[in-house]
Design a protein around this ligand. Structure first.
Ligand code: M6R
Length: 611
């Protein structure tokens, strides 16, 4: 969602730092952008609806060069995407200029208080309310810090903000409640951003501002305080993120890059964990390993693709741990007073580690005393820090809005956890354990086999990209793969798509089937494949365009499909990883043929930092 970049320092051109950084944050999803910059005693604002290059062009025409600026990419919440609603936003009496990521929930109440004081508003945004509220509170307070912290403590909702003091180019404030903010410092230069990617070019030592704290940069030093003005420690962490990992390289889009690098990302996920004939998960201590083995129940929480990973894991974990596994949408879990016992183990899954609902679900599960383990990709993210322990995906940064490599690594981590726990619980024999470990090791090369044949998948996509609708179906542990295939297709190509358990089609969706409806059937090695074949016959009889994802065991079924994609033979347990790859590629090629921007699909944001 919204992205923030700010710079203050003696060394660099602030405008350039801000725009370079905003371009690295484009992946988060946005609909307008802007910059505010100190210029000879004034603060000038350049902002525009649309791409970053629009506001950059305006700014470049001004030829301003300065050493302090704040910039923003806005994903509209309050008020439509427009020039006026874009950030930065200047306060009513022109004392401050703000950029904001998050949502101010009590903005109506604050707005009416401010209107009573004579404030007038030019935008529809909650952000203008926030900057005016800060202005009002600080003007009534004996010193700025008191008024500022008072204002922040009265705001409900989520915010990451950077605030410029319009008559003082030597000071910059930032604050956080919910929405993340990272700070890098080098030789008196400061860069603030919504994530580490705009900072790592300059330094890999970063502080993630804690919730309910604010930061004051003055001259070449800075201090952090909580909202009660108590000074806080500066906890720098070293971020292991290389710039080349967030650059496109030879690819036209991050989505394609991330699909193609899955043999490597999956290898990285196993690195140091799957070796010889054993699985070692360093992120989970023996104590929590034992808690997992003794757990009466597992609850897995996530959103979107991460929820699909959880649903796939449900099949695997119930089979090998022999305990109930419940899978929950984080947004529902947090509001329905869930029953959580102390001997439950709760897994929270999130690529970004910043999803607002998943973060809140984490806090609720912790409060209720359960062991909460994170399965997160973004190192140092809020969920990673909030959970007791867990496993990082180590899949490398995922920039494309559509989650691809994170999904396959999430599955891999969940499988590794399940195999190890199932073995320790003696539901997996020693010989089966070794066999499964070897099967895991073979996954990256099988994924590579599919990727090398991507031109065949492109041909299949060419057959369906003009359609308005598409169904995906499968059974068992590949049913969530069908759901994920449908999500990928709809989010980046805007083809309406749904996933179903194959047997469910007869209970309603089959009414949709005619000669214009493509149905993608994931039909690899499975105990239920005879049954899937019957379902294929039912939709063929109704003239659907049937596309099969088949493995060598099922090649004899080719004749029943209009088109098919071959995937390598793999164990049924791990087939969801393999089977997802062609579905990612179908979505990618359909979107490209339809002329869609695969990395920045309309209305979507990479990190959903508001609920
Ligand atoms: O970062 P998270 O895994 O918590 O994100 C959850 C969803 O927002 C995310 O998976 C979303 O559904 C993706 N756009 C799917 O491609």
């Amino acid at each position: 969602m919204c992205g923030i970049v700010a710079y203050k320092g003696p060394k660099l051109n602030a405008g350039k730092v801000v725009f370079d950084g905003l371009k690295l944050l484009e992946y988060r999803g946005y609909d307008s952008s802007g910059i505010a910059i100190h210029n000879n005693g004034n603060v000038e604002v350049f902002k525009k609806k649309g791409k970053v290059k629009n506001s950059e062009k305006l700014f470049k025409n001004s030829k301003i060069s300065s050493n302090i600026a704040i910039g923003h990419t806005r994903w509209a919440t309050h008020g439509e995407p427009s020039d006026v609603n874009s950030h930065p936003i200047v306060s009513y009496n022109k004392k401050y200029t703000i950029v904001h990521n998050g949502i101010i929930e009590n903005y109506k109440e604050l707005k009416s208080l401010l209107e009573d004081e004579g404030y007038k508003f030019q935008t529809d945004t909650d952000t203008e309310v926030l900057v005016n509220f800060i202005e009002s509170c600080t003007s009534k307070s004996e010193d700025f810090a008191k008024g500022f912290s008072y204002a922040l403590s009265k705001v409900t909702g989520a915010f990451g903000i950077v605030l410029m003091v319009n008559n003082n180019p030597d000071i910059l404030y930032a604050a956080r409640k919910g929405s993340p903010l990272a700070i890098g410092q080098f030789n008196g230069n400061f860069i603030l951003a919504s994530d580490a990617s705009p900072i790592i070019k300059y330094t890999n030592k970063i502080i993630y501002l804690e919730n309910d704290t604010f930061l004051k940069i003055s001259g070449n030093s800075f201090k952090i305080f909580d909202f009660k003005l108590k000074s806080k420690n500066k906890n720098f962490i070293e971020v292991d993120l290389e710039l080349q990992k967030v650059e496109l390289g030879k690819y036209d889009s991050y989505m394609l890059k991330e699909i193609m690098e899955q043999p490597n990302s999956l290898t990285q996920t196993m690195l140091g964990r799957v070796k010889d004939n054993d699985i070692t998960l360093g992120g989970i201590t023996d104590e929590n390993g034992n808690n997992l083995i003794e757990a009466k129940r597992i609850i897995i929480v996530g959103c979107g693709t991460s929820w699909h990973a959880a649903l796939t894991a449900e099949y695997f974990l119930e089979k090998y741990l022999k305990i109930p596994v419940e899978v929950e949408y984080a947004s529902e879990f947090r509001y329905r007073e869930p029953i959580i016992y102390k001997d439950d183990v709760v897994f929270v899954i999130s690529q970004s580690g910043e999803t607002a609902d998943t973060l809140e679900a984490t806090k609720i599960a912790k409060k209720k005393g359960a062991v909460v383990l994170g399965i997160v990709n973004a190192v140092g993210s809020s969920i990673a820090r909030e959970t007791d322990e867990g496993c990082y995906l180590h899949a490398g940064p995922e920039i494309g809005v559509a989650s691809t490599k994170a999904f396959t690594s999430q599955l891999l981590v969940l499988f590794m956890i399940g195999i190890k726990a199932g073995y320790l619980k003696r539901h997996i024999s020693e010989s089966k354990y070794y066999k499964m470990i070897n099967q895991l090791k073979e996954i990256p090369s099988k994924v590579d086999e599919i990727i090398r044949e991507s031109s065949l998948i492109e041909k299949v996509a060419k057959k369906i990209y003009k359609k308005d609708h598409c169904l995906f179906m499968s059974r068992g542990n590949n049913f969530p793969v069908a759901l994920e295939g449908a999500l990928k297709l709809k989010e980046i190509s805007y083809i309406h798509a749904e996933g179903y358990p194959a047997a469910e089609l007869k209970h309603g969706p089959i009414a949709l089937i005619d000669k214009n409806m493509p149905v993608v059937v994931i039909c690899t090695k499975s105990d239920e494949y005879e049954k899937i074949l019957s379902n294929v016959m039912e939709i063929k009889a109704r003239k659907a365009i049937v596309i099969g994802v088949l493995d060598p065991k099922n090649f004899h079924m080719k004749k029943h499909f209009d088109h098919y994609i071959e995937v390598p033979d793999t164990s049924k347990d791990f087939s969801p990883i393999i089977n997802q790859i062609p579905l990612q590629l179908i979505a990618y090629y359909c979107a490209i043929y339809r002329g869609c921007d695969v990395d920045m699909p309309r209305n979507l944001a990479k990190s959903v930092t508001v609920e």
